[in-house]
Design a binder for this molecule. Structure first.
Ligand code: ANZ
Ligand code: ZN
Length: 742
C-alpha cells in the first residue's frame, strides 16, 4: 500500500474530471434537473479565503449527492467583478480595472479548482464582460420601458470617502457599508428603480418559498408592511395604525416638506433622518384643521419627527397614546386628551374607514458616480429629454481611460471623457450627452443565476427553453448579510421579468439557506485590515483539499459562526489516513457491519439534506472505527463508505475507488440506499441509573427520544432503582443508552 499522497491524488483527479467533463450540466436530459447555487464571489486582490469555501463546499456536497441520486445538476460559478475595491486599486496603482479583474479572477479560478469543486466551468460568467453587461443594460432598458426606471432629484446617502451615492440598504448605522465612513446627505438627480411597486408581492410571496425563517423575517421587516387607516383632516391626510385613538387627537404633525407645501412658508426643520429623532422640534404653522370624527378643531404643527416620504407625511398627534407625540406636546404645551379610550369603532367608521397599507421599503437608488460599473444606457438630449440607447447598439462599453479618480463635484469620472460623453440623440439626431453615472454593484448579481442557464447566448440574456428547463434555482445558499440587499433585489428583478413574460416563474429561488461566518482564530471577523485572513493555498498544499473541505464541514454546526483553527485540521487529516489504511484490511469474505452501515447511510443522507455536515462526518468516523475493530472488512462495506465520503472528500474517495479496480468515476455510481429493517432489528438501548446498567430496551419501531426516555423510566427493572426519587438529569446517547441520574 502506497502512502496517502494528497498532492498527487488531487491534481490527478482534478485533471481527469475536467477532461471527462463530468460536472457539465446537460442542456437537455431525461433526468430531473437540480440547480444548486452559491453566491458568486467578488474577485478581490487578496484571493479566496477560507470563509468563501464553507458555502461552496456545502453546495458541492449537495451537488455531488444529487448527481449520484440521478439528477442532471447545474452547479455554476462566475465573478461578480464590478465594484469599488478594484477601482480603488486601479487608482492607486494606475493599472486598468479590467486587467486587475483578469488577474484576480485567474487567481480565484486556480484556487477554486484546487479545492475540487464540481462547478460547471463551461458556464463561467463575469459581470464586467461586455457580453454579459450588454444584457444587464438591456434589462435596465426593460425597466425603463415600463416606467420602473426613472430619474429623480433625491436627497441621497453620500459617502465622502468613496465619493459615491449609496442605497439605503448600503448604509449600516449611519455609515458606509463598505468603508465605515459616516454617511452625509446630498441632493442629486438619480436613476431610481421602482422596487416599491413590488413591495406587496415581495412580502406576500415569501409564503410560497422555502427560506430559513430568519431570512423571511428580515425581508419582511425591511419591506415593512404596515396596515392602518387614513383620515382626512380638512384636506390633510394622515396615516395611522391606531384609528381607535382618533378621539385623543390634539394636533396634527406634518413634515417640513409638507408644511412648506401647505403654507408656502419655510420652516427651519432639519430633514428627518429617522423617525425617532431625539430632540423633537416643531413650529406652529398657524393652520387649523377639523378632526373628521369629533369635529373638533386642532392646530397643524411642522415637526422634525415625521418623515416626508412615509405614509402621507402627516400624523395625527395623540399624546395620550403615542410616546413621540407626548414628548412633543409636553415641550410645546399642547393638550393631552384621554378621550380616545371611550369610543373605539365609532372613530373608524365616522372619520374614515379607508383601510390603508404602507411599506417602509423605498425605491432603489440605482446610480453610482464611479467608473467601474455598467454604464447606464441612457442619452440626455436637450430637445427630447432622456432617450434610451437603442437595444441593437448595446453594449455601451466603458471607455478606456487613464484616470479613474471620482470627482469632488460628485460626478462620475466618465463625465470628463468628452469623446465618450458627446454623442447624438437616437431620436432627433441632434447633439446629446451620455449618462455618465454607472450602475451599482448589485446590478449584475440581480440576474446572474439566469445567465448560467445559457451563458453563451448572444441573442438574448438566456433562451426561454433554457430558462424553462433550469429555473427556478432549487437551492441557494448564501450569507445572511445579503438578505435585504442582493436577495431582495434579485427577487424584485425576477418578478418584474416574470410580469414581462421573460422568465417562467414568479420566484427565482425555491429554497434559501445560510451559513455561519468563519471568524479568525481569535474570534474576530476576518478582514484584510486586521491582517487575520486565512488563505487556503498553503493548507491545500500541506494537508490537501480533501482535508480542508472536511475540516470546514466538521468544525461546527453549519449555520453557526465559528473561529478558525489551523491546528484542528490534523483531525480530519488523520481520519482520511485511517480510511486510506482500511484498504489493506479488505478481505474476500463478508463482514457483519450490516446494521451500522445502514444506520450510517441513513444518518449521512439525512444530515446532508439538513445541512448537518458535522454530524454526518461524525457518523462516518464512527463507522470507520467499527471497520477498524471488525474482524473482517468486506469490499461491499468499504465501497459504501467511499460513496458516502465522496461528496465531502472527493479526491481520496475517487482514488480508493479506482484502486478497488473500478473503471468509472465513483461520482457516476448510485447513492447508497439503506435497509430500514436492518437498522430497526438492532435497536437495543441500554438503560442506566446513575451510570449503572439496569435494563435493556428493545425497540421494534422508530421511536422518538422523549418516548424512549419514558419507556426507560417505566421499565420494571429500572423502577425499583428509581424508587420514587426525583430524576435530576437524563443523559441520552442516541441509539445507545439512556442514563437516568437521581
Ligand atoms: C396615531 C397613533 C396613535 C399612532 C398611537 C401610533 C400610536 P408604522 O406604519 O407601524 O411605522 N406615522 C405615520 N406616518 C408617519 C411618518 N411619515 N413619520 C413618522 N411617523 C408616522 O407606524 C405608523 C404610525 O406612525 C402611525 O400611527 C403614526 O402615528 C406614525 F397611539 O397615528 B400613529
Ligand atoms: Zn433628441
Amino acid at each position: 500500500m502506497e502512502a496517502y499522497d494528497h498532492q498527487k491524488i488531487e491534481s490527478k483527479w482534478q485533471a481527469e474530471w475536467a477532461k471527462l467533463g463530468l460536472y457539465q450540466a446537460a442542456t437537455e436530459s431525461t433526468k430531473p434537473k437540480f440547480y444548486g447555487l452559491i453566491e458568486f464571489p467578488y474577485p478581490s486582490g487578496e484571493g479566496l479565503h477560507v470563509g468563501h469555501i464553507r458555502s461552496n463546499t456545502a453546495m458541492d456536497i449537495i451537488a455531488r449527492k444529487r448527481r449520484m441520486e440521478g439528477f442532471n445538476v447545474l452547479y455554476p460559478i462566475g465573478w461578480d467583478a464590478f465594484g469599488l475595491p478594484t477601482e480603488n486599486y486601479a487608482i492607486k496603482t494606475g493599472k486598468k480595472p479590467a486587467l486587475v479583474t483578469k488577474e484576480n479572477t485567474d487567481n480565484f479560478r486556480r484556487q477554486l479548482q484546487a479545492l475540487g469543486f464540481s462547478f460547471d466551468w463551461s458556464r463561467e460568467i463575469n459581470t464586467t464582460d461586455p457580453n454579459y453587461y450588454r444584457w444587464t443594460q438591456w434589462l435596465f432598458l426593460q425597466f425603463h420601458k415600463q416606467g420602473l426606471a426613472y430619474k429623480k432629484k433625491m436627497t441621497i446617502n453620500w459617502c465622502p470617502k468613496d465619493l459615491t451615492g449609496l442605497a439605503n440598504e448600503e448604509v449600516i448605522n449611519g455609515c458606509c457599508e463598505r468603508c465605515g465612513t459616516p454617511v452625509e446627505k446630498r441632493e442629486k438627480e438619480q436613476w431610481m428603480l421602482a422596487i416599491t411597486k413590488y413591495a406587496d408581492r415581495l412580502d406576500k410571496d415569501l409564503d410560497d418559498v422555502d427560506y430559513l425563517p430568519q431570512i423571511k423575517t428580515q425581508q419582511r421587516n425591511w419591506i415593512g408592511r404596515s396596515e392602518g387607516a387614513e383620515f382626512d383632516f380638512s384636506g390633510i391626510k394622515v396615516f395611522t395604525t391606531r384609528p381607535d385613538t382618533i378621539f385623543g387627537v390634539t394636533f396634527v404633525a406634518v413634515s417640513g416638506t409638507l408644511a412648506e407645501l401647505l403654507t408656502g412658508k419655510k420652516f427651519d426643520i432639519p430633514v428627518a433622518v429617522d423617525r425617532e429623532e431625539k430632540e423633537k422640534v416643531g413650529f406652529d404653522t398657524g393652520l387649523k384643521v377639523k378632526n373628521p370624527a369629533s369635529g373638533e378643531e386642532v392646530p397643524v404643527w411642522a415637526v422634525n419627527y415625521v418623515a416626508s416620504d412615509y405614509g402621507t407625511g402627516a400624523v395625527m398627534g395623540v399624546p395620550a397614546h403615542d410616546q413621540r407625540d407626548l414628548e412633543f406636546a409636553k415641550k410645546y404645551n399642547l393638550p393631552v386628551s384621554e378621550a380616545a379610550l371611550v369610543e373605539k369603532e365609532v372613530g373608524i367608521t365616522k372619520g374614515s374607514g379607508i383601510k390603508k397599507v404602507n411599506y417602509k421599503l423605498r425605491d432603489w437608488v440605482f446610480s453610482r458616480q464611479r467608473y467601474w460599473g455598467e454604464p447606464i444606457p441612457m442619452i440626455n438630449c436637450p430637445s427630447c429629454g432622456w432617450v434610451p440607447v437603442p437595444e441593437e447598439q448595446l453594449p455601451v462599453t466603458l471607455p478606456d481611460v487613464e484616470r479613474y479618480e471620482p470627482t469632488q463635484t460628485g460626478e462620475s469620472p466618465l463625465a470628463a471623457i468628452e469623446s465618450w460623453v458627446n454623442t447624438t440623440c437616437p431620436k432627433c439626431g441632434g447633439a446629446a450627452k451620455r449618462e455618465t453615472d454607472t450602475m451599482p454593484n448589485w446590478a449584475g448579481s440581480s440576474w446572474y443565476y439566469l445567465r448560467y442557464t445559457d451563458a453563451q447566448n448572444e441573442k438574448s440574456f438566456a433562451s426561454s427553453e433554457a430558462l424553462k428547463y433550469f429555473t427556478p434555482v432549487d437551492w441557494y445558499n448564501g450569507g445572511m448579510e445579503h438578505t435585504t440587499l442582493h436577495l431582495l433585489y434579485s427577487r424584485f428583478w425576477h418578478k418584474f421579468l416574470f410580469d414581462q413574460g421573460l422568465v417562467p416563474t414568479a420566484e427565482p429561488y425555491l429554497k434559501r439557506t445560510s451559513h455561519g461566518l468563519i471568524l479568525a482564530e481569535g474570534g474576530e471577523k476576518m478582514s484584510k485590515s486586521k491582517g487575520n485572513v486565512v488563505s487556503p493555498d498553503k493548507l491545500v498544499e500541506l494537508y490537501g483539499a480533501d482535508t480542508l473541505r472536511l475540516y470546514e464541514m466538521f468544525m461546527g454546526p453549519f449555520d453557526q459562526p465559528i473561529a478558525w483553527s489551523t491546528e484542528s485540521l490534523i483531525g480530519p487529516r488523520r481520519f482520511l489516513e485511517r480510511v486510506w489504511k482500511l484498504q489493506s484490511k479488505l478481505s474476500p469474505g463478508a463482514d457483519e457491519l450490516g446494521s451500522s452501515l445502514n444506520q450510517t447511510i441513513k444518518k449521512v443522507s439525512e444530515d446532508i439534506e439538513a445541512l448537518k455536515f458535522n454530524t454526518a462526518i461524525s457518523a462516518l468516523m464512527i463507522l470507520v472505527s467499527e471497520m477498524e475493530k471488525a474482524p473482517v472488512l468486506g469490499h461491499q462495506s468499504y465501497e459504501v463508505l467511499l460513496k458516502l465520503l465522496f461528496p465531502f472528500a472527493p479526491h481520496v474517495s475517487e482514488e480508493l475507488w479506482q484502486s478497488l479496480g473500478h473503471q468509472q468515476s465513483i461520482g457516476l455510481e448510485t447513492w447508497p440506499s439503506y435497509d430500514a429493517t436492518a437498522i430497526l432489528a438492532e435497536r437495543r438501548i441500554i438503560v442506566q441509573v446513575n451510570g449503572v446498567k439496569r435494563a435493556e430496551l428493545e425497540l421494534v419501531a422508530e421511536t422518538d427520544e422523549a418516548m424512549i426516555e419514558k419507556m426507560a423510566q417505566a421499565s420494571p427493572l429500572v423502577a425499583k432503582w428509581l424508587d420514587g426519587k426525583e430524576i435530576k438529569k437524563i443523559i441520552h446517547v442516541r441509539g445507545k443508552l439512556v442514563n437516568l441520574v437521581v
